[in-house]
Design a protein around this ligand. Sequence first.
Ligand code: FAQ
Length: 311
Amino acid sequence: LEERRTARFQARIDADEKIEPVDWMPEAYRKTLVRQISQHAHSEVVGMLPEGNWIGRAPSLRRKAVLLAKVQDEGGHGLYLYAAAETLGVSRQEMVEQLLSGAAKYSSIFNYPTLSWADIGAIGWLVDGAAIMNQVPICRCSFGPYARAMQRICKEESFHQRQGYEIMLQLSRGTPEQKQMAQDALDRWWWPSLMMFGPPDGESQHGAQGMAWKIKLFGNDELRQKFVDVTVPQAEYLGLTMPDPDLRFDEAAGHYRFGAIDWDEFKRVVKGGGPVARDRMKARRRAYDDGAWVREAALAHAEKKRARRAE
Ligand code: FAQ
């Protein structure tokens, strides 16, 4: 029976049908989705911290309002994604505990510090740019709640990417010092952005199965290449130099060839090495502890309402 169910499930995926929470699904499919969606949610929430660092120091009221709205959007993305994962039978409480205990991962990119205002431009341009490249295909993934959450998220991410590029454009058209700030931010964020796509396909544990289930529609390397191909001309337009001496356009293939990625650095950063990772988790734990009274009050209120209804 299990075999027949599994074959029927795969046939639905192959026919591009959406799988909904009430449908039968293999346990491994459910687990893979919980892992990927919750890690994605954690990334959005931890991702508020590097930019949050600059809200109080934004160079103008307009910049401050825009950045505040962007960071709030990221909190919202985390919430839609936790809600999508909850349809698979896991609670938000469990997912948050997994993040705080270090059992669940979040994107490596958020373990790098934001040292100058230009980093806010580079994050919008490169980090949101990479996120869009990875996430637009997920709008068509096989699990209905994840696909639907991603549609709104991608619209907002594309606005985030433009605001980042606009900061970079203004800095690179500014004084020599401002242009240098933009170049320095690009130098520090370029390689970590390429690592966001995950390990090379040959080392991607979940890649092949994720694609067979259409949780992922493209491999890590293909999306990374697409990102490089669209981003290099954007850097040229800014008049900035990519920090990669091996970067060149391969006319025959129609792609930019890039230098070797430092996968040792990736592994170190994913494991939570370095002072920034410790600060990120400290900030999340503090936020969780500071919010305890809100959760308790909400529960007490719900209990009071329930008791009144029962009277
Ligand atoms: N960082 O077998 P694969 C954002 C882990 S959202 C840390 O290839 P998979 C918005 C991976 O989890 C950014 N860990 O895994 C924003 C697995 O470990 P596990 C997040 C990484 O799942 C912008 C192991 O390595 N986006 O930026 C990373 O098939 C600006 C083996 O890897 C998403 O989550 C990494 N970079 O492919 C917010 C999108 N890469 O779980 C604020 C959805 C890999 O076995 C400001 N996720 N790992 O312990 C995905 O598309 C996939 O999960 C991949 C990884 C492509 C990230």
